[in-house]
Design a protein around this ligand. Structure first.
Ligand code: ATP
Length: 234
């Protein structure tokens, strides 16, 4: 199967600080690919570069065969790239239902309705008329994922979905993400929780100070004894 996303030799910078250097990754439809790395390795920057939040200064990003360098986030969203950022970015003063309904569903991937999202996350059903700002951290994460899916992505970018969640909720949220494989949606999963991410990922890349230093199947990365110490700072 051909790649859905190809990132070739990209660079990105914040002023004079280079955050990504010669980064290349690829992902096929239905694959779950983890991006691992310590704090500050460039994981968030990579997702921002793909979704168009941050322009790249070199290299090329191709989605479904076409270059998407320079596209704005609303344009990549319409092409079928849904970005669920760290910090979740839900609308706190709107109800759960309104947060789901306001999403522009133009991604061209599998369709999700509000009832589909509530079936996936029954906790949200109980909170449907409440303001999103009053939800717990785990519920906000579920809502953010639901919003990401309502956009009908073909590729979904998750930034630290387990951040701040209990082990039980982390397991639940990551297994919900794993379920997207059956729909043919490709998932790029940024996680500091390496073990949890590798449990659901097919492949992984390891970033270190802006460069890809390792790549392999989830099993290869999980079984490589030096990785945690060398690259993840744990
Ligand atoms: P974390 O898990 O801490 O978010 P990360 O792997 O996602 O880490 P990035 O947030 O992508 O890392 O940061 C990569 C590098 O870019 C770091 O050196 C960071 O300090 C720097 N950086 C990130 N955002 C900015 C910014 N807005 N301005 C300047 N430098 C930044």
């Amino acid at each position: 199967m051909t790649d859905l996303l190809r990132v070739d030799g990209i660079e990105a910078a914040y002023g004079k600080v280079t955050a990504l250097k010669d980064v290349s990754i690829a992902i096929r439809p239905g694959e779950i690919v983890a991006i691992l790395g310590a704090n500050g390795a460039g994981k968030t920057t990579l997702l921002n570069a793909i979704s168009g939040v941050l322009p790249v200064t070199a290299g090329e990003i191709r989605f479904d065969g076409a270059p998407i360098n320079g596209r704005k986030p609303w344009q990549t969203s319409r092409l079928g790239i849904s970005h669920v950022p760290e910090g979740r970015e839900i609308f706190p003063d709107m109800t759960v239902e309104a947060n789901l309904n306001i999403v522009d569903s133009n991604g061209g991937g599998p369709a999700f309705t509000v009832p589909d999202i509530l079936e996936m996350f029954p906790r949200l059903q109980e909170r449907i008329s409440q303001l999103a700002g009053g939800l717990s951290g785990g519920e906000q994460q579920m809502l953010a994922i639901g919003r990401g899916l309502m956009a009908r992505p073909r590729l979904i970018l998750f930034d630290e979905p387990s951040l701040g969640l209990s082990p039980v909720l982390t397991k639940f949220v990551l297994s919900s993400i794993a379920g997207l494989r059956a729909k043919g949606i490709a998932t790029l999963l940024v996680e500091q929780n390496m073990r949890a991410a590798l449990r659901i990922a097919d492949r992984a890349y390891v970033l270190r100070v802006g460069r890809i230093v390792r790549a392999g199947t989830a099993a290869e990365i999980a079984n490589s004894p030096d990785i945690q110490e060398a690259y993840l700072g744990v």
